[in-house]
Design a protein around this ligand. Sequence first.
Ligand SMILES: *Cc1c(COP(=O)(O)O)cnc(C)c1O
Length: 313
Amino acid sequence: MLDFQHLLTKKEPVVQKIYGKELTQAEIELYIQREDLFHPELSGNKWRKLKYNLLEAKEDTYTRLLSFGGAFSNHIHALAASGKHLGFETIGVIRGEASSRSNPTLRFAEQCGMQLYFVSRTDYRRKEETAFMEELEKQFGRFYLIPEGGSNALAVKGCTEIVSKVQPYDVIGLSAGTGATAAGVIASLEGEKEVIAFSALKGDFLKKDIEKFIYDFRQTCPSGRRVSYTNWTLNTDYHFGAYAKFNDELIQFIQDFQKRFDIPLDPIYTGKMMYGIFDLIQKGHFPKGTKILAIHTGGLQGVEGFRERFGVL
Ligand SMILES: *Cc1c(COP(=O)(O)O)cnc(C)c1O
């Protein structure tokens, strides 16, 4: 069980060292931070992104949370679990057909008490329009709105708590979808170390999005300093075709990784990031002696649905 006190307690991150011959050969030290182990139902960065939103919702006396997501969304899963544990009503506006209600993600969400509202792709695209919000409010009553993926300035604030400058690593690797997590990590390092954000999506619009998330977050900080950072890159070489696309090589990599290190990865985000890190190591991208910290942002709830859909993993 979770409560608001638990929410505010800072926990030491679980970090594991990974040993492998390719790492020894390249003289690279690789560590993985297990954000996926935070809580059985609320894992990874989706939890980090919700934390300050939930506190704000409570402070502003909201009893109902509403957000958006696809039928396999890690964010919808985490939101539903948060509602259950912290006593909020939750509404998930889901892109697509009501038939997806039976998939493991949405089944879990409904079991948590989430009300699902299925909309067409056309309506889903209106998710940032005021008129659509008014329609939703008429239907569901007053709600605290959380954007798709949970990503807003408060989410970035939550993600500033993932790593700290004092951790002894040179490079931080993480997966990026909307870029809010990357923004939080970059902001918290204040120009120190190097961050590589591995895009789970095709295209490089994410670079601008990450910059905007950092900027918007900085505006909410007491010092209000407008800072942009140069110690990070967006790597777009490991999206495997597009969001949620994959090939045999990726699946094989995830299976081998589980066997060798006893650590599960998901095929949408963390699997692609870790594949990218290993590939860059083998290509000699990092100088000898580099200490890399990979962030396991969770997402494992999606594996079962992925398996059902594609028959692999
Ligand atoms: C959503 C998600 C990401 C991407 O986070 P953003 O803040 O949207 O960039 C990365 N990893 C996992 C497991 C996720 O669920």
